[in-house]
Design a protein around this ligand. Structure first.
Ligand code: ATP
Ligand code: MG
Length: 1019
């Protein structure tokens, strides 16, 4: 309960609403006491007051971030993180766009506070590659913009010289998507002039200190700040600020944001050009007409600038030293005096730089912008230059203070006036609290008809001689009686002697104090004109970036219309900003500067008291104490808290107001804590709201548990159903699969069994068949044996009976055969004289051998005689057919008689036994007959049956004579025997004998006669 203790600590209450007694002094002392304890943050309700400690405190650690993450605003020690967290949660959970308004004078810690808010939001929102990239880009825009837009002033070493409003855009989950940065009126006069002890914009010093030798050479710069007249020659460096390291940080940041190396180079080149322009020196000379003219004193710098931007030096020289004036459609080139020349040069440098700064902001926006179409929630962070009171205040201070006046107006409107008006509107009993309403000052400056800015514009546009005197006179006339306006003239009219107000000045009583403005330079700065020759020269440059900064330099786009004045533009952009801020839920951080010397932990009560006064903190506390800490439309209130009562949860049927009443009655809060307006419910103390919120959180947790329970139940059921379904499917598939497998196995088994059974059957059949075969073979064998046996038995008798004879016959024949074959092989020579003869091998062949010997010898002798008688028939081979019966058609009839029984056909001569004459006859011997035919007629003359032939006789001589002796009983035999002469006698007798043997199985008896054929019968 440290936080609560801190809030309630009587000596240093954390919330000034709890201050007792409430006086300026007690408020101041509380702040001082808290400051002493290093508690730099204090609340007034939900407004955070931050007192600059000017030293680093250990209260921004990641642990602190965790401590404040999702904290209850009033339950923790006051901290800037608490307001950041509250705003972020309100944006994320309640879908309300937020803006964080950081106000305070220069050096009070606004920029630091804005960075702390940004870093806190970046730390607590979710992480992820894309989100981290966006966060980095958003955070890294700070060092770049600070380098180009911040500078050391007498009040602040890192003073923002431009106004910045950054819209960070989130998605519905609260993740950053990107952002948009708006910048307001850069104090560009600082480029060319700054008060002693101050510095120009940081980037120049950073570039010279941190740029590498190569980069500086490329940019044609020297490292020495003293060399550049736009830079402070006395104090270029700053204690505690490392320009070189910062330059590297800027380069890194640009890379993170997405600047290409070319873009970075172009940016630095233009920066270098601005710096170098300050060194362009002009010298005066006189023209022949006696008019003063100016020229470039030292062309080197100009030359280098032109090399950097790709421009003809003569063109820039002409633009710097002369001016084209249009007189009656005629362009006349007039020379410029040296001061005019310098004025043009400085105007150019200021314009280049301020346009470059606008380009830079746009370029960053291009990188961080969110794609259109996404639904976003916005958190705006406003860090605008603080209220300034210098010794000499010019146009810039006037503008800056006007802006701060507007922000104070918002604060007054929203926290004081609006609040009180709301109580009245809602019918809540209310005692009005006095406060200072600065609308009158805002009106004095911005009134579109007779405001100071409108008068300035009027004076700038007025033809004729224009100067600040007429402008001041006009103001004096208009605001002679205005409570918040003073000048020497109005003072004089009121007989007031005031030496502090010089004649050339006017004084405004701002909410934060009286500021005296010197009107010198007001018109020029408001006009913010640049000679057209200069913008045309810049447009003519080849440097793409520089050229793009001066679109009006394009001769084709020449416009005679005057551009809007700086004051007008600023007023318009402030109006837009105000509209933007009004549309969002405001969160205030009011920064207080504790001392003028930037000293750590030094608290100057007078200085702080002044700020307490002009910030209206007393009124703020009073309104807060008298009023109610919280209010909300009944509908929204009921929607948020209806779960706290069973009567309103989940739905309330009646009106929202009634519902809220029922709900709060049930929660039993003390009646003084609540007020029921017409449309809104009001809750007096934050504790009640805190209690309500706590109860809601508990109830939400219960409901969340319930929802979780239901959801988990539903999810589990759904999952169970899904699992069940899946299980059924899986088991169905599994069973199917199992059955398939089983079936396959069964089939396989059946097939195997079948195969075995078939095999077995087949084998059995085969065996059967084989045994049948064997049986059959056995039967056959047995039968064969049996038959053999029978046959052998049957024939054994016959075989045995003739066996010896047969064997003997066989042996005998074999022996005879062997004997005869041996004899044939060993026949003795055929000589008659040789009477050798092989001896007989076997005794039983001795007689045969003797007989064969004598036959052989006789045959040798006969053969010898026949040889000598030349027996042709022996020499001739037996032909059988000598007539050619088949070929000769003449013998067709004879052929028919013989048919296929023919044995021999030959020509013979028949001897007439009576006269011994011979007649030719054809002889045909068949198997049955012997036919004699007349050769001419080829007709058979005599047909003898072979059986009729009794015998034949031949002579011993080779006379071819053959006597055929016929049986007396034969028909042919009646005529007597036949006497034939044949050339083939031996063949004829051989054949006749053979045929007769075949036919009758009787040998033909042959007689060989000595002298003559004997026993020849004559008919
Ligand atoms: N919370 C803080 N803790 C430590 N030092 C701080 C804190 N806030 C501010 N400072 C110091 O005060 C200096 C000035 O703060 P900062 O630049 O934020 O002022 P500012 O209000 O933005 O001024 P300006 O209006 O001139 O821009 C910082 O440079 C820093 O040294
Ligand atoms: Mg600042």
């Amino acid at each position: 309960m440290e936080a609560t203790t801190s809030l309630l600590d009587a000596a240093a209450v954390g919330d000034l609403v709890l201050l007792d007694p409430l006086t300026e002094n007690s408020l101041l002392h509380t702040l001082q006491e808290r400051f002493r304890r290093s508690d730099i943050y204090t609340y007034i309700g939900n407004v955070v007051i931050s007192v600059n400690p000017y030293r680093s405190l250990p209260i921004y650690t990641p642990e602190k971030v965790q401590e404040y993450h999702n904290c209850n605003f009033f339950a923790v020690k006051p901290h800037i993180y608490a307001i950041a967290d509250d705003a972020y949660r309100s944006l994320r959970d309640r879908d309300r766009d937020q803006c964080i308004l950081i106000t305070g004078e220069s050096g009070a810690g606004k920029t630091e506070a804005s960075k702390l808010v940004m870093s806190y939001v970046a730390a607590v929102c979710s992480k992820g590659e894309e989100v981290d990239k966006v966060k980095e880009q958003l955070l890294q825009s700070n060092p770049v913009l600070e380098a180009f837009g911040n500078a050391k002033t007498v009040r602040n070493d890192n003073s923002s010289r431009f106004g910045k409003y950054m819209d960070v855009e989130f998605d519905f989950k609260g993740e950053p998507l990107g952002g948009v940065i708006s910048n307001y009126l850069l104090e560009k006069s600082r480029i060319v002039r700054h008060v002693k002890g101050e510095r120009n914009f940081h980037i120049f010093y950073q570039l010279l200190a941190g740029g590498s030798a190569q980069l500086l050479q490329q940019l044609k710069l020297r490292q020495d700040c003293q060399h550049y007249s736009y830079l402070n020659r006395e104090s270029s460096g700053l204690p505690g600020m490392d320009d070189a390291a910062n330059f590297r940080a800027v380069q890194d940041a640009m890379r993170v944001i997405g600047f290409s190396p070319t873009e970075v180079t172009a940016l630095l080149e233009v920066t270098a050009v601005v710096l170098k322009l300050g060194n362009v020196q002009l010298s005066s000379n006189y023209q022949s007409s006696g008019m003063e003219a100016c020229s470039i004193a030292e062309p080197q710098e100009l030359q280098e600038i032109c090399e950097l931007i790709g421009l003809d030096p003569s063109m820039l020289e002409r633009a710097l030293c002369s001016r084209t004036v249009k007189a009656r459609d005629e362009a006349v080139l007039t020379t410029l005096s040296v001061p005019q020349g310098y004025y043009g040069r400085d105007a150019l440098a200021k314009n280049i730089y301020s346009r470059l700064f606008d380009w830079l902001v746009n370029r960053i926006n291009t990188s961080i912008q969110v794609k259109p179409g996404k639904q976003r929630k916005v958190m705006g962070v406003l860090d605008i230059y603080g209220f300034e009171i210098f010794q000499d205040n010019g146009f810039e201070q006037f503008i800056i203070n006007y802006c701060n006046e507007k922000l104070q107006q918002i604060f007054i409107l929203m926290t004081l006036k609006e609040e009180q008006e709301e109580y009245v509107r809602e019918g809540i009993q209310w005692t009005p609290v006095e406060f200072f309403d600065n609308s009158i000052i805002c009106n004095l400056i911005e009134n579109s008809k007779c405001g100071i800015l409108a008068m300035l514009d009027e004076e700038c546009l007025r033809p004729g001689v224009v100067n600040e005197d007429t402008f001041l006179t006009k103001l004096n006339q208009l605001f002679a009686t205005h409570k918040h306006y003073e000048s020497k003239e109005t003072q004089n009219a009121r007989h007031i002697m005031d030496a502090s107000l010089p004649p050339q000045c006017f004084r405004i009583h701002h909410y934060a104090g009286k500021v005296t403005y010197n009107v010198t330079g007001f018109i020029e700065k408001n006009n913010d004109l640049l000679f057209r020759d200069l913008s045309q020269a810049m447009w003519a440059a080849q440097h793409t970036l520089l050229r793009s900064l001066f679109p009006e330099g394009d001769p084709q786009r020449v416009s005679l219309k005057l551009p809007p004045t700086a004051g007008f533009q600023f007023k318009a952009s402030v109006a837009t900003l105000m509209k933007n801020l009004y549309s969002k839920n405001p969160n205030y951080i009011r920064c207080i500067k504790p001392n003028e010397t930037k000293t750590a932990m030094l608290f100057t009560p007078e200085l702080v008291l002044a700020q307490i006064r002009y910030l209206g903190l007393m009124e703020n506390v009073r309104v807060r104490r008298a009023g109610y800490a919280f209010r909300q439309l009944y509908g929204l209130f009921l929607e948020r808290y209806k779960m706290l009562s069973p009567r309103t949860w989940p739905r309330w049927a009646g009106s929202d107001r009634e519902g809220a009443k029922v709900l709060l009655a049930e929660l039993a809060f003390p009646p003084e804590e609540l007020a029921f307006g017409h449309t809104k419910i009001f809750i007096r103390s934050p504790h009640t709201l805190f209690d309500l919120e706590r109860r809601r959180q508990e109830r939400v947790a219960q409901l969340a548990t319930l929802i979780q329970k239901m959801f988990r139940g539903w999810r589990c059921r759904t999952q169970y159903q899904l699992m069940r379904k899946s299980q059924i499917i899986i088991s169905a598939w599994f069973r199917g699969h199992m059955q398939k497998n089983k079936y396959k196995q069964m089939k396989r088994s059946a097939l195997i069994i079948q195969a075995y059974a078939r095999g077995w059957k087949s084998r059995r059949l085969l065996q059967e068949l084989k045994s049948q075969c064997h049986r059959r073979a056995a039967a056959t064998t047995i039968a064969a044996y049996w038959r053999g046996y029978q046959v052998r038995r049957a024939y054994r008798r016959y075989f045995r009976s003739g066996a010896s004879a047969r064997l003997a016959n066989f042996i005998y024949r074999r022996l005879v055969q062997k004997f005869l074959v041996g004899l044939r092989r060993n026949l003795p020579p055929l000589s008659v004289m040789d009477r050798t003869w092989p001896p007989t091998p076997y005794k039983f062949l001795a007689a045969a051998n003797q007989e064969l010997r004598s036959i052989f010898y006789r045959w040798k002798c006969t053969g010898q005689r026949w040889l000598m008688a030349s027996v042709p028939s022996l020499q001739q081979p037996f032909q059988g057919e000598y007539l050619g019966l088949t070929q000769n058609p003449k013998y067709q009839k004879l052929h028919a008689v013989a048919k296929d029984k023919l044995v021999m056909a030959d020509t013979v001569r028949k001897v007439n036994r009576a006269n011994g004459k011979t007649v030719p006859r054809l002889l045909l011997l068949t198997t049955e007959h012997l036919v004699l035919a007349d050769p001419k007629a080829a007709q058979p003359k005599t047909v003898l049956s072979l059986s009729d032939i009794r015998s034949v006789s031949v002579t011993r001589f080779s006379d071819g004579l053959l006597a055929l002796h016929l049986k007396e009983t034969s028909t042919g035999g009646a005529k007597g025997d036949f006497l034939l002469v044949s050339d083939h006698l031996i063949e004829l007798i051989t054949r006749l004998h053979q045929t007769l043997m075949d036919a009758t199985a009787q040998a033909l008896p042959l007689h060989i006669a000595g002298q003559k054929v004997e026993n020849l019968r004559y008919d």
